[in-house]
Ligand binder design. Structure first.
Ligand SMILES: Cc1cc2nc3c(=O)[nH]c(=O)nc-3n(C[C@H](O)[C@H](O)[C@H](O)COP(=O)(O)OP(=O)(O)OC[C@H]3O[C@@H](n4cnc5c(N)ncnc54)[C@H](O)[C@@H]3O)c2cc1C
Length: 383
């Protein structure tokens, strides 16, 4: 098991200081290891996640070779040649578990932003004190964008949030964590070959959720009530102006509708599976409030915004993979983790085999099935 940094490297090096998991503690299970602390309904800090994964590496006696960067994987006659910073390895099979979030995604028009405005990605951001004084434009309103917009607003800066398609969810529903509902109702166990539009499911933005001790909901209404200004999707830069799409009303209505449908699904499940007595009565939430006026453009030279924080998602990095299995969009071609090259496998990607695949607790079921396939492949007589 080769790791370029240390165990839990991404949690140690690539996250901001205030981040807590958005999955509740009871849900962060790994095979043979579960949270046993005093707050099963709480959310781990990054230090606690790192400890949890380190503990798992110890109890599972994972044969980790830390500080070993994989620089190339090539196909050979009977397997793969793996080049690393510490030497060469030949093997019959390779599991790619290098993560789905190795690099921040930033739109191309970022190049046209005037240099007087600082640009920060999620890999550079640690806390508000590192940003210049003055206004911040946070781009992207998924889990990361809403958390950071709230944090920057609290730091006393004027914050504008550019909102595109997003997934709205309440933190708790009928008294239970919304992720309890996703789990208990079977939605997170839905298999990749049952999902209607798999390509879309794999690209879905993360839900607007935050893990706080208060189990607070952080939706756009909550943000707007603290003074965050909502604008539409950032579409282009022209003559030093950021141009935002109109139509916030439709974007909000769609997210509200999808949330309502999901809550209906939860209610149906609770009724038909006789769980109604274990949870609070049905709830519904106020629609997302459309601002009376929305800006369609922003003069980037005016000084109103001094920093742009790109919360526009992540992508994997397969620069080191010298096997032609990556598509034009930079995604690995695979069928449920079985990559399009004999003996090559993947784990830890969105909806790899189930909707829960890219969550810590989702890996166990996927790993069992992918490794079954791998074991059969390795045991089979060589052609
Ligand atoms: C901001 C953020 C918040 C998240 N919140 C949650 C949450 O609340 N709950 C949850 O369950 N999941 C959460 N996730 C998803 C979580 O990251 C995944 O569940 C989990 O990290 C997947 O583990 P992994 O080992 O597959 O990938 P990673 O944790 O990304 O680990 C991949 C490892 O591969 C190493 N690596 C990469 N390339 C190479 C190379 N060429 N050579 C050697 N080593 C290499 C990296 O250093 C890294 O340590 C979050 C993800 C992000 C980005």
């Amino acid at each position: 098991m080769l790791e370029r940094g240390e165990v839990a490297n991404s949690w140690r090096r690539e996250r901001w200081d205030s981040l807590r998991l958005l999955t509740p503690n009871w849900q962060n299970r790994l095979p043979g290891l579960r949270y046993e602390g005093p707050e099963p309904d709480g959310y781990l800090t990054m230090g606690e996640v790192t400890e949890f994964i380190e503990r798992f590496a110890k109890v599972s006696r994972a044969p980790v070779r830390a500080g070993t960067n994989v620089t190339s994987v090539r196909r050979t006659d009977d397997g793969y040649q793996v080049s690393t910073s510490l030497g060469e390895i030949g093997c019959r099979a390779v599991v790619i578990a290098s993560g789905a979030c190795n690099q921040p995604v930033v739109p191309q028009f970022a190049d046209a932003v005037p240099p007087s405005v600082a640009q920060v990605t999620l890999f550079d951001y640690r806390d508000p004190s590192q940003l210049p004084d003055g206004g911040v434009l946070v781009v992207g309103a998924s889990a990361t964008g809403v958390q950071l917009a709230a944090e920057l607003q609290r730091s006393g800066r004027p914050v504008m949030l550019s909102v595109g398609e997003h997934v709205r969810l309440p933190r708790t529903y009928r008294g239970r964590d919304v992720l309890w509902w996703m789990d208990a109702s079977g939605i997170w166990d839905q298999r990749y070959d049952e999902v209607e539009d798999l390509t879309r499911a794999r690209q879905l933005p993360s839900p607007q959720l935050i893990g706080t001790p208060e189990r607070a909901t952080l939706d756009l209404n909550a943000l707007a009530s603290t003074g965050v200004k909502l604008v539409g999707r950032w579409a282009a830069v022209r003559d030093d102006r950021a141009l935002f799409s109109g139509g916030l009303r439709n974007v909000f209505a769609l997210a509200d509708l999808k949330m309502e449908r999901l809550l209906d699904t939860f209610d149906d499940w609770a009724r038909t599976q006789r769980h109604d007595d274990e949870v609070n009565p049905t709830e519904r939430f106020a629609p997302t409030q459309v601002p009376e006026t929305t800006r369609l453009q922003l003069d980037l030279r005016s000084g109103e915004v001094r920093t742009i924080l790109w919360a526009t998602g992540f992508r994997p990095d397969y620069e080191w993979l010298d096997v032609p299995v990556v598509d034009a969009k930079g995604q690995l071609r695979h069928d449920g983790g079985v990559v399009d090259s004999p003996g090559l496998y993947a784990l830890g990607l969105p909806v790899l085999r189930r909707r829960k695949s890219s969550f810590i607790y989702g890996i166990e079921d996927d790993a069992r099935e992918v490794i079954d396939h791998l074991a059969r492949y390795v045991a089979a007589p060589r052609p």
